[in-house]
Design a protein around this ligand. Sequence first.
Ligand code: PA5
Ligand code: NI
Length: 193
Amino acid sequence: MTEPTQAAMQPFTVDIDTATGAMPGARNRLVRRASDLKGYYADGAALERLITEGDDPLHYEVFEVPVPEEAGQLMYCISKLQAGRVGDECFMTKGHYHTVESTAEIYICLQGEGYMLMKTRDGQSSCERMAKGRMVYVPPFWAHRSANTSATEPLVSFCVYPGDAGHNYGDIQTQGFPVRVFDRDGRISVEEC
Ligand code: PA5
Ligand code: NI
């Protein structure tokens, strides 16, 4: 039996500017600035300086053309993570589990470069390189965070995940991920915490 909202939907298309991630009709679902990332970076003092002396720079935005948040639907969005450093650490997203942990996600990198950091609750860890044209498959049960390793270019990704997945930031702020991504004098370094 088809759910009412699904039955009412019609097929549609969306034109995506793969260079910038712009999607006509998209709403800005999420805007995070440096001040939203307190507690997430290794160097908290450097983050404070960025907030107070650096004008609290934009970290990342998520743009989406909303679809119903229900099983059977596919949520899709553009994630645009700016280039920058907090101390030596590359700008990154908070990272999250899905509320429905059995749901996966696909990231297709449209522009820029970086890493997808992933972990499971039972101690597994993974770090996959992101580059233009590359897809990262985030399996069910894996928390995920992206980091931008470019010094200048935003990391732009197209993300798709089940409509009922949800976002659970859970233990990420206190536990972090097993690795962090640093820029040590121009050399990108993925380091265990
Ligand atoms: O669903 C996703 O994985 C992305 O759309 C992220 O929400 C986005 O990259 C922002 O990251 P976070 O939700 O961890 O702040
Ligand atoms: Ni996700």
